[in-house]
Design a protein around this ligand. Sequence first.
Ligand code: RUB
Length: 314
Amino acid sequence: MDERGSGPIERIADDILSMRVRGAGRIGRAASRALGELAYGNVSGDLSSDLREAASALLSTRPTAVSLRNAIILTLSGMASLDGPELREDVIRRSGDFITRSRDSVESIGREGAVLIPDNATVLTHCNSSAALSAIYEGYKLGKVRRVINTETRPWRQGHITSRWLAGNGVPVTMIVDSAVNHIMKDVDIVMVGADTVTRCGDLINKIGTSQIALSAGENSVPFHTCAETYKFSPTAFAGADVPIEDRGPKEVADPLRVEDMEGVRFENPIFDVTPGRFIDSIVTERGPISPEEAGMRIDDMIPPELVGHFSWL
Ligand code: RUB
């Protein structure tokens, strides 16, 4: 039993909140799977109202990655016209489709992103993004990647997951602390990072520190690419300032054992930041690289404005 309750929705919500399930893609798939399972188990109840409640609970876990909201909308889009057993079937089917499409997109991004990697490249990445890693690993298999430099990624140190995965798959990897990025940029040929949200005008919201990497890349004429499945594009946020940035509090920044000793010190722990679209060379989607300015059009194709309007209660 956890603090949010013991049902499947509560368990998944707690996994996302506590970051046992993390990364924008995984969060979206976990939410979609939870809704599919809820529909599967709901044979005679009031499915619409149960789905609404579940969607709100899932959405309340983490505010920044739009993949979560979009996954919910895409999974529940049948609610716009269906009810009862038809809705149940529809949610189960859409949940399966979303998960398959999301995984396939990561693979396609791998192929599309690898094309952008120059020969004998040193690639810099940040945090732990399955989409960026897919492109980097595909590039490595093509013999284009000489080594990867990856940041530790304070405060959660997701860079350790990235480094372990790369080393485990035979890719030469060097880990640096986040503040070494500008120093090492002279050795980097290309930057590839993931995305939590891409706004309509092409601003990128990703792990804190991404914007500094983009600034340094720009200053050193190093191409900067973000790898983002289209469902990470926001249908509603125009610019980065429209996206709420999660703050996870002092305990993740200060030594957790000593945080009470730091009298008089105020902590801020914003865990994402905004990289303006003008610093981004391309957004690598499952359908190939696009310019930041194209982001708004792409999400309208996937989630039309009428459908977004139908989910105004979310
Ligand atoms: C993870 C992070 C990743 C994106 C993309 O942040 O910022 O770059 O979510 O990941 P957190 P993916 O660890 O706080 O969730 O490409 O795997 O979807």
